[in-house]
Unconditional design. Sequence first.
Length: 259
Amino acid sequence: MGLLEDCEATFGSPDLYHVLGVRRQASPAEIRRGYHRASLRVHPDRAEPQDKEEATRRFQILGKAYAVLSDAEQRAVYDEQGTVDEEGEALRGERDWQEYWRLLFKKITVKDIEDFEKSYKDSEEELADIKAAYMDFEGDMDRIMESVLCVDYTDEPRIRKILEKAIDAGEVPSYKAFVKESKQKMTARKRRAEKEAEEAEKTKDELGLSGEDDLKALIQSRNKDRKKEMDDFLAQLEAKYGSNTKKGGRKPAAKKGKK
């Protein structure tokens, strides 16, 4: 089977953007982050022995999807014609996709995370990202909280105030999903964040944190009630700022349009 057929059989859709969890208008940086998030979930190193073969197959398909969408010419052909060049360099069969992944994403340290979080929160970049996520997802706080870097449910009151101020100022529209969100949905979001934070500790080594005691000290130094969705946050941070390739120095623009 070709790549698109593999995507449909494995991930339920032949759409490469859907497979990576990004919108069709996504910037190269957003595509990179989407690939990193998706690939972490199926990385063979995280799979049980009996599941490693299937995880490897899924991982390879994700790598091929990213290889197409990260190549400007290949992406243009795919967008216009809905096809991919199976014989092209991006999809050549002999590529070591795990080595390709390691070249794209270097390991990050706890200090990298802390430094970035301090500079990002309450910055103009964060403000732009919050507004862009609000517009992308039409006020759906579940998706907004998943999309914006460095936030957990304890940040939600701050995020809400930012968006309410933007609505009052006419900078963004008033979406019903935001202004009429139910308490039940808020509670469910909080519970999911707590569960994901517990699971994240189990995979800290796979996320590239240096020093087993560092992550523990970082979490304990924060408010005990603060539960971070570390898994997705680290994936986004590493994909956005952790590249050791020549492409890694430029920050992406704020997201526009719908996903």
